[in-house]
Design a protein around this ligand. Structure first.
Ligand SMILES: [Zn+2]
Length: 234
């Protein structure tokens, strides 16, 4: 039983009695399919940014703070398939969606050796009250699956969220920045000095949240920052 959480055990039992359905089209999944059927998987609008320098993810952070490289897995559009998946991950207790997305992304990055030189992954933290309510931090679930595919550790508590911020969804760029400013602080001590860390978040919109995290890390030690998000909003 080592390594199996109660959540995974419970989900395994549920799946014994209820067949897994595709999150895209609700058809029954077959062997080796866990979240999307093969047909729906091709509908995710992958960016392939990890093979493109000066991609849109990098441009969104350009000039705001020093970073090495940045990428996103797929386009996030209103009512699109990725929005549906991330909604399930955040609000319908479907942590396996984050595990699947993280593994897909991490495998693609590892195939291009994108992670070369990166020492650890730091997921954007949730406030403890929200993490307790949700049962997990969705960015940490994604980060752990990415880390498994890329063979690098996760430093999950290197940052902590000190304020339970309001949802960013309906805010303007300026409001988003103000909402997350000072929302993060150093967490548990990790040997950050001289290291290259990958900040992982679920969706990139204006980048205010990622920037706030990066600024705290840059203020803690002499670190290099790279960034990876599952979604990039149009
Ligand atoms: Zn499907």
């Amino acid at each position: 039983m080592a390594g199996i959480t109660f959540r995974e055990l419970r989900q395994g039992l549920v799946h014994m009695f209820y067949p897994l359905l595709c999150e895209g089209c609700r058809r029954q999944l077959v062997a080796n399919e866990t979240v999307l059927c093969a047909g729906c998987e091709t509908e995710l609008a992958l960016t392939h940014y990890h093979t493109m320098p000066a991609n849109e993810t990098e441009l969104r952070f350009s000039g705001r703070f020093p970073f090495e490289r940045a990428t996103s897995y797929a386009w996030f559009t209103e009512d699109g398939l990725l929005q549906h998946l991330l909604h399930g991950l955040k609000y319908r207790d479907r942590s396996e969606i984050g595990t699947w997305l993280g593994a897909q992304f991490g495998t693609a990055l590892a195939a291009a050796n994108w992670q070369q030189g990166i020492d650890a992954i730091v997921p954007v933290p949730l406030h403890p009250s929200k993490e307790a309510q949700r049962g997990y931090n969705q960015s940490e679930v994604i980060a752990r699956a990415m880390a498994g595919a890329m063979g690098i550790p996760v430093w999950a508590d290197a940052l902590m969220r000190t304020r339970a911020t309001e949802s960013q969804t309906s805010k303007t760029r300026t409001e988003r920045a103000a909402n997350v400013a000072d929302a993060f602080a150093p967490g548990k001590p990790y040997p950050l000095t001289g290291k290259h860390v990958l900040v992982v978040d679920d969706v990139l919109t204006t980048g205010a949240t990622t920037e706030a995290c990066a600024l705290v890390l840059l203020g803690m030690a002499d670190v290099k920052i790279s960034i990876a998000t599952i979604g990039i909003a149009v």
